[in-house]
Design a protein around this ligand. Structure first.
Ligand code: ATP
Ligand code: MG
Length: 356
């Protein structure tokens, strides 16, 4: 069986990537790297990193460190300075090549992980502000509600049919409010979540079944999974809630002709720094819920993960806020994106591997 050479492997990558020879020379660059670095493979092979950055650049130091320490190293959200004044922010990931560990790959993650971390911290902030409100509401509303419900039932026993219609209405609405408060209470639990290894495909399959019996009846839900995915560190019930909420939103956005996809993939190289510092955590497990609906209305797209943001009649706007809280409790990240041709709505969840 033929094996593709390193150059061919690199050329297929959308991520700017460069192969470094044991003597430190960057000899192979894919097209994405040539574009990003604004330097041709030939120039790099002849003049080294100086062809892209001038002398003494951070990339050179990272490569040296990786050689010295015989392992991988990375720098996050680095401002790369190019001749002529251009600055690009990127994560620079240096790692030995699998079967030739004296060679290195240097990859530039330009899809700014920094903004994702920022967003994650914002999500946690939003979830926290909801905690206070939820605790207060739970306390101040639930007690009087049971009183109102009881009084309505008493009234019902002495009423005619018309009166009972009204008391039934009171009871139904009280129950609806109680349920809403219950949902909000899920925000008040700030204890660390107990995580254990779970098979993500099993969780997604379960969610799919639940959805198909309920809100997603008659919709097409396709699964595209990477079967080799390792177990994820998760709380199963909480994850079910996450993907059920995402599927429900997708079903509500698409209506009867909806097409929904659930995909999984393994993405190396993506790391985020946890809130409050500490070593960066790798989030290689990617789950996407994709639908062919119109996308989040423009005015609220930047705020979908905040509580009470909704465009739906009768929506509470708590679905995605809860999803964001649970994902953050897993140390993961969630993103919203519109892309593809034709454009699709994508909610992307990134999670850590169990035991990492
Ligand atoms: N797949 C999607 N396609 C288009 N818009 C979406 C999608 N998912 C979420 N949204 C938008 O984000 C808003 C917030 O979603 P969220 O799940 O938090 O609340 P909701 O669905 O409105 O109410 P609830 O989930 O509490 O019933 C929605 O009202 C909708 O405008
Ligand atoms: Mg929702």
């Amino acid at each position: 069986m033929d094996r593709a050479g390193p150059a061919e492997l690199l050329s297929g990558l959308a991520v700017p990537a460069v192969l470094v020879r044991p003597d430190g020379m960057p000899v192979i660059a894919n097209i994405a790297a040539e574009t990003f670095l604004n330097a041709s493979q030939m120039a790099l092979a002849e003049r080294g990193w100086a062809a892209a950055f001038g002398r003494g650049a951070i990339v050179e130091r990272l490569v040296q460190r990786a050689f010295d320490e015989g392992g991988s190293c990375a720098a996050y959200d680095v401002a790369l300075q190019f001749p002529g004044g251009r600055i690009a922010r990127a994560d620079v990931l240096v790692a030995p090549v699998g079967d030739r560990p004296d060679w290195l790959t240097v990859a530039f993650q330009t899809r700014s992980v920094a903004t994702m971390v920022e967003r994650q911290v914002q999500q946690q902030g939003a979830a926290r502000s909801a905690v206070g409100v939820a605790a207060m509401l739970a306390h101040e509303i639930k007690n009087p509600l049971s009183g109102i419900r009881g009084a309505a039932q008493l009234l019902a026993s002495g009423s005619d049919a018309d009166g009972r219609e009204l008391t039934d209405l009171i009871v139904a609405e009280v129950d609806r409010i109680a349920k809403l408060v219950d949902r909000m209470e899920s925000f008040t639990d700030t204890r660390p979540m107990a995580l254990k290894p779970e098979n993500i495909h099993e969780v997604l399959g379960h969610v799919r079944k639940l959805a198909e019996q309920g809100f997603a009846q008659g919709l097409s839900i396709k699964e595209r999974y990477d079967p080799s995915l390792p177990p994820v560190a998760a709380n199963r019930d909480a994850l079910v809630q996450v993907f059920l909420n995402l599927l429900k939103n997708a079903a509500e956005a698409t209506g009867q002709k909806g097409r929904i996809q659930m995909t999984t993939a393994f993405r190396t190289g993506l790391k985020v720094r946890p809130e409050g510092g500490g070593a960066p955590v790798s989030l290689p497990i990617e789950v996407r819920i994709i639908d062919n609906g119109p996308g989040v209305p423009a005015g609220i797209a930047d705020h979908v993960f905040e509580p009470f943001i909704t465009s739906k009649r009768g929506g509470s706007g708590l679905g995605l806020a809860l999803v964001a809280k649970i994902v953050a409790d897993h140390g993961g990240v969630i993103e919203y994106e519109r892309s593809g041709d034709p454009e699709q709505t994508i909610f992307r969840v990134l999670l850590p591997v169990a035991g990492a």
